[in-house]
Design a protein. Structure first.
Length: 282
């Protein structure tokens, strides 16, 4: 897919990038509130999404009655001039005048809809952003793969491997990666805040009156946590052994994988042909 340069303005009409196929390459423009006349020629460099320069697009934009824009140009998308006296006309469909939310991969058009909402949903529940976009196959794959890794790690560690803490001796940086799975890690924030309020700041010890919610589900260990002394973390290691360490890594990997899922929901799949089909030789 070819892509035009960043936003340009012509006679108070803002032109942005969409997607429309024109021969071997594709390019589009959209206009916000197009007038009957755009009284300026355009000269826009065209690049593939990998940055490869494809040429320049020169011509005059003319709005049509159906809402589309017609670009009359003496330059082809490859940057070569057409035959003398003839003009190459590119029809720009009004169906794609919604910014860059529509992309095309292997001749399949994908509507990313509201990309920011899709990314948020993908963080909240892995795959939810893809279901919102109508990409059900990917959504099913992501929710099964990410959450299965997450719950496997969670069970290996006896439910104690995910908790939020930034106290002296127990800076749980692992949680920043585990939180990539969204809603599944939110209870740890609630428990962490409850533990913080039940800790004496002068002594760093948990008050005797403290009781975690939900039977201790995702609750931090009692404080203080001192490596040379017996504490709850030492007890967890003693009970679950290497499972506690493996469970921690599994939940971190699940969170990291979901960051890629979030990116895919926001940006869509790679917008270049990836099918491996050989191009036709002239």
């Amino acid at each position: 897919m070819a892509c035009l340069s960043p936003t340009k303005k012509f006679s108070h009409n803002e032109c942005t990038v969409c997607s429309v196929r024109t021969g071997r390459a594709s390019a589009t423009l959209s206009a916000a509130r197009p007038q009957r006349r755009i009284d300026a020629n355009i000269d826009i460099p065209i690049h593939l999404h990998n940055g490869f320069p494809l040429g320049r697009l020169k011509g005059l934009l003319t709005p049509q009655e159906n809402g589309s824009l017609t670009l009359k140009s003496r330059n082809t998308l490859a940057g070569k001039s057409s035959k003398k006296g003839k003009e190459a006309t590119i029809e720009l469909s009004p169906e794609v005048l919604n910014g860059d939310t529509r992309i095309e991969v292997d001749d399949i058009e994908i509507d990313l809809k509201n990309r920011y909402l899709a990314a948020f949903l993908a963080w909240l529940i892995p795959g939810a952003g893809h279901f919102y976009q109508g990409r059900h196959a990917k959504g099913t794959l992501f929710v099964l793969s990410v959450l299965s890794i997450w719950f496997l790690g969670f069970s290996l560690g006896g439910g104690h491997v995910v908790y939020a803490s930034w106290a002296n001796g127990d800076r749980r940086w692992h949680y920043f990666l585990q939180a990539g799975v969204g809603a599944a890690a939110i209870p740890a924030l609630v428990q962490g805040d409850r533990m913080r309020r039940a800790t004496d700041p002068s002594t760093g010890r948990t008050l005797d009156s403290y009781k975690p919610l939900w039977g201790g589900f995702m609750a931090p260990p009692h404080r203080p946590v001192i490596e040379s002394e017996s504490d709850e973390i030492a007890a967890w290691y003693a009970v679950y052994g290497s499972g506690y360490e493996m469970g921690t890594w599994f939940t971190m990997i699940a969170g990291l994988l979901n960051f890629l899922v979030i990116y895919d929901a926001f940006g869509g799949p790679l917008a270049v042909p990836i099918s491996g089909r050989a191009s036709k030789k002239e």
